[in-house]
Design a protein around this ligand. Structure first.
Ligand code: AMP
Ligand code: GLY
Length: 427
C-alpha cells in the first residue's frame, strides 16, 4: 500500500523510514519532505501543504493512510478535512489540537481536570501582565498563547527579561496573533522528560520514554531551540514514575477530552517537569502538551521500535489500540542534531553538506533542513541533520553517534557534545 506523511523534519524522515520497513508498505509520499526523504528508496516528496490539496492528492494516488508530523497542519484542521471525505488519517482534530495550539486552552483544561501544572494567569492587557510579574517575582515564564515555532517561551531569570517579553509579545506584536495573548506561569525546577502516547479516542498506548535537550549549547547553556538531541529511554522515568504519569497526567487528559466532547486521537506528547524527591512523592507537572510526536525525540524512539509501525497506525485509526503490540529494543538510542550556522536566530541556508554515511542497523542520519540542489545536498533550515545511533549503553551510543557526526561536514555546523549527559550522570 501507499502512505502519506505530512511534514518536512527529521521526525518525518524517521516516520517514513520506519514505515517503509513494514512489509505491506510499497511507497511513502512525504509532503513537503526534505533532502533525505527525496533520496530514500520508495519515497517521493510532494510539494503540497494545503489540507484540501493533500486530500485530493491522496484520492488521486490511492493512498491508504496519512500520518501527520507537525502541529501546523493539525491546527489548520487537516484531520477534519480528511475525515469529512472518508480518508484515513492519524492525528487530532482541530478542536483537540488546541491542547497545543492554545496554551491558555491547555491551562484551563488542566485546571478543570485537576492535571498538575504550573500556577499561571493569562493576559491580553500589558499593564496587568507587568503588574502580575512584579507581584510574583522572578524567575517566571512568559509564553505566547499560540503556535510560535519554538520561539514563544521566555524563561525569565530577571524581571527585565520578563517585562521585555511582555512588551515584545503584547506591545510590539513580535509574534503576531500567536502572542496577542500570553500565559505567565510559575517557573518549575527539576528534570524534563518527554512522555508520548498514541490514543484512538479511548485506548492509550505509551511509546518508549525519551528526553530532549532544548538549549543550544553544552551544559544546557545558550538559547532555547527546537531540540538539539534526544535519547531513549529516559532513566528519570522509572517504572514508578511511568505509572504515576499514566495515572496523574495521561489518563485524566484523555478522559477529560472525552468528557469535554473532543475525544483525542493521535500522538499526545506531555512535556513534563519532574521535581526532586523520591519517586513516590516527587512532583510531576505538565510544562506543555504537544499534539504530535517530538522532534528530535521521534528519531531515537523509532530506532528502538521493533514492531510493525503500520499495524500500530492501523489500530490507531480503527480504534483498536488496545490490541496493538509494541516491542522495544532494550538498547539505548541517541540522536545528535547538527544545526546550521546562526541557528536558532537566523539560520544560514545553502551550505554544501558532505560525508553522510549510508544508513546502518545501528546508525541512521535523519535529514531535517536539507535540500538536494544542483547535484549536491545543501542546508535549507535551522536543524539540518539528526545522527541517531543504537548501542548497548549510553556511553557506547554517544561514541557511535559522535564518530559519525565528526565525519559529516558543512560550514558553520553547530552541535552539542554532551547529548545524554543526564543519563550518564545517573550511572
Ligand atoms: P514549552 O514550549 O512550553 O515546552 O516550553 C519550552 C521550554 O521552556 C520547556 O521545554 C522548558 O525547558 C521551558 N519551560 C516551559 N515552561 C516552563 C516552566 N513553567 N518552568 C520552567 N521551564 C519552563
Ligand atoms: N523536541 C520538542 C518538540 O518536539 O516540541
Amino acid at each position: 500500500m501507499k502512505l502519506l506523511v505530512i511534514g518536512s523534519g527529521g521526525r518525518e524522515h524517521a516516520l517514513a523510514w520506519r514505515l517503509l520497513q513494514s512489509p505491506r508498505v510499497a511507497h511513502v509520499f512525504v509532503a513537503p519532505g526534505n533532502g533525505g526523504t527525496a533520496t530514500m528508496a520508495r519515497s517521493t516528496n510532494v510539494a503540497l501543504s494545503d489540507p484540501a490539496a493533500l486530500a485530493d492528492f491522496v484520492k488521486k494516488e490511492g493512498i491508504t493512510l496519512t500520518v501527520v508530523g507537525p502541529e501546523a497542519p493539525l491546527a489548520l484542521g487537516v484531520v477534519d478535512t480528511f475525515r469529512a471525505q472518508g480518508l484515513k488519517i492519524f492525528g487530532p482534530t482541530q478542536a483537540a489540537a488546541q491542547l497545543e495550539s492554545s496554551k491558555d486552552f491547555a491551562k484551563v483544561f488542566m485546571v478543570r481536570h485537576q492535571i498538575p501544572t504550573a500556577a499561571y494567569q493569562t493576559f491580553t492587557d500589558p499593564i496587568a501582565a507587568h503588574a502580575y510579574i512584579e507581584a510574583q517575582g522572578v524567575p517566571i515564564v512568559v509564553k505566547a498563547d499560540g503556535l510560535a515555532a519554538g520561539k514563544g517561551v521566555v524563561v525569565a531569570l530577571t524581571s527585565g527579561e520578563a517585562h521585555d517579553a511582555v512588551d515584545a509579545m503584547l506591545g510590539d506584536g513580535s509574534l503576531g496573533a500567536a502572542g496577542a495573548r500570553v500565559v505567565i506561569e510559575e517557573c518549575l525546577l527539576g528534570e524534563e522528560a518527554s512522555f508520548i502516547i498514541l490514543c484512538d479516542g479511548k485506548n492509550i498506548l505509551p511509546l518508549a520514554t525519551s528526553q530532549d535537550h532544548k538549549r543550544l549549547q553544552d551544559a544546557d547553556q545558550g538559547p532555547n531551540t527546537g531540540g538539539m538531541g534526544a535519547y531513549s529511554p529516559a532513566p528519570v522515568v522509572s517504572a514508578a514514575i511511568h505509572a504515576r504519569v499514566m495515572r496523574e497526567v495521561i489518563t485524566p487528559t484523555i478522559e477529560g477530552m472525552k468528557a469535554d466532547g473532543i475525544p483525542f486521537t493521535g500522538f499526545l506528547y506531555a512535556g513534563l517537569m519532574i521535581g526532586d524527591g523520591d519517586d513516590a512523592t516527587r512532583p510531576i507537572k505538565v510544562l506543555e502538551f504537544n499534539c504530535r510526536l517530538g522532534d528530535p525525540e521521534t528519531q531515537p524512539i523509532l530506532m528502538r521500535l521493533r514492531s510493525d509501525f503500520l499495524e500500530i497506525f492501523e489500530h490507531g485509526v480503527a480504534g483498536t489500540l488496545n490490541q496493538a503490540e509494541v516491542e522495544w529494543d532494550p538498547r539505548t538510542a541517541l540522536g545528535v542534531v547538527m544545526a546550521s550556522a546562526n541557528y536558532p536566530a537566523t539560520p544560514r541556508l545553502g551550505d554544501a553538506i558532505s560525508g553522510i554515511p549510508a544508513a546502518q542497523p545501528d546508525c541512521v542520519v535523519f535529514h531535517a533542513g536539507t535540500v538536494a540542489k544542483n547535484g549536491e545536498l545543501q542546508t535549507s533550515g535551522g536543524r539540518v541533520l539528526c545522527v541517531t545511533a543504537l548501542a548497548d549503553n549510553v556511553r557506547a551510543t554517544q561514541q557511535r553517534a559522535y564518530d559519525v557526526v565528526k565525519s559529516i561536514n558543512f560550514d558553520g555546523a553547530q552541535y552539542r557534545t554532551d547529548i545524554g549527559w543526564r543519563a550518564l550522570e545517573k550511572k
